[in-house]
Design a protein around this ligand. Sequence first.
Ligand code: GLU
Length: 476
Amino acid sequence: MSTPVRTRIAPSPTGFLHLGTARTALYSWAYARHHGGQFVLRIEDTDVARSTQESVQQILDSMHWLGLQYDEGPFFQMQRLARYHEVAEGMIAAGTAYRCYCTPEELDAMREAQRARGEKTHYDRRWRPMPGKKLPPPPSGVQPVVRFCNPVDGIVSWDDLVKGPISISNHEIDDLIILRPSGGDAPAGSLGVPTYNFAVVVDDLDMAITHVFRGDEHINNTPWQINIFQAIAQDGAPLPRFGHCPIILGDDGQKLSKRRGAVSVTAYEEAGFLPEAMLNYLARLGWSHGDDELFTPEQVVQWFDGSHLAKSPAQWDPAKLAWVNAHHMKLADDARLAALVQRHLQQRGITDAPLAQLTPAAALFKDRCSTVVELADWLAMFYVPVQAAPAELQAHVTPAVVPALQALREALASAVWDKAGIGAAIKQVLAAQGLKMPQLAPALRVLVCGRSQTPSIDAVLALFQRDVVLTRLQHL
Ligand code: GLU
């Protein structure tokens, strides 16, 4: 029987959940779901100075909004310190880790000397126990770090799910610090806080993680993690498979940054994107399924088997995201869109927009909108006065149509207030005034809706309260 698939996402709560992490969370989730496995959320909060509760909440909200449900967690590393200490003590006892008492000044001097000799800087393993080597007595007053005894020879290799086979010589890697003293207020004798590369291995092992998808900025960490894993894994526990996804570039070809579109996942919710569209777009950004561009979350789960992951960086394309979102807007349930629009309208101070009116309006307008915000821009016209551009007014509300608009206002005052009744009133006015629909309709749209292009005007007017339409036609 094969091992059940278990994946995880392990964000650090030092800022919002950024798009790269959201994408690897999505791949991890989809891979677990595809294989009927489990998906774990782990919060890597060992950078105590930079971790915040707001970031944790932001991560949870983003995962929830995207629909990336986790089966276990959130686990918090700072609640697992005793476990890291236990593993480190076991490693010290087994001779795979040791205490190093070098002061920062000594380390600086060591590197300086190496630079002077033209060597690459590295830790020279001076506190590493070796057969026949005599270590000095530990200096008093120096809080030691714990270092891993990295193998001195051989190579570390893995077959990356994204990049293919990767090998690195152990000569390139020095003895990594796995625990650091946690500072002045640490309890006496405390081993301190684990470094990322140590905690991640203990956790991936304890949580029986089988597949790790993450950003390729972690490729250089992977050899250490594999070596530590081999040193502590018991009973032949298998190494996880790693998949390192290339970074996401901004639409200017540069790395996404705060200035270059690296906004939080939740900012996209605010900007009116639908979670299923975001998921669609993020999935495709770095993965492909034939020529498909549009898919549902269920299809991502069905198709995502860890293959067809792109080796080269993907470029963030706001226009394509808008196109994907427009597609999902068309598929979205009208009542759901109405509720989303209602929330956006409330933020604009429009608190009297009932769902009973917004729902049919969403049905009528959603096809022409890329985002919920655009839909809210349209539907706001039912509740707040509109102001057409002067050029539009001049172009369409010409002296030739003003009498017809006045006659229509009168006809609408007593028309049956539905699409058919309004349509009949318009036809009757057109016939009486000897005009054609293309002469009257744009003028009517500009005055009532503030824009000269809308869906079928009888259907649009029927969604208004009659007195709103009559008021907007009154000053002619
Ligand atoms: N906390 C790390 C990060 O946010 C996790 C990397 C990993 O998945 O191992 O980059």
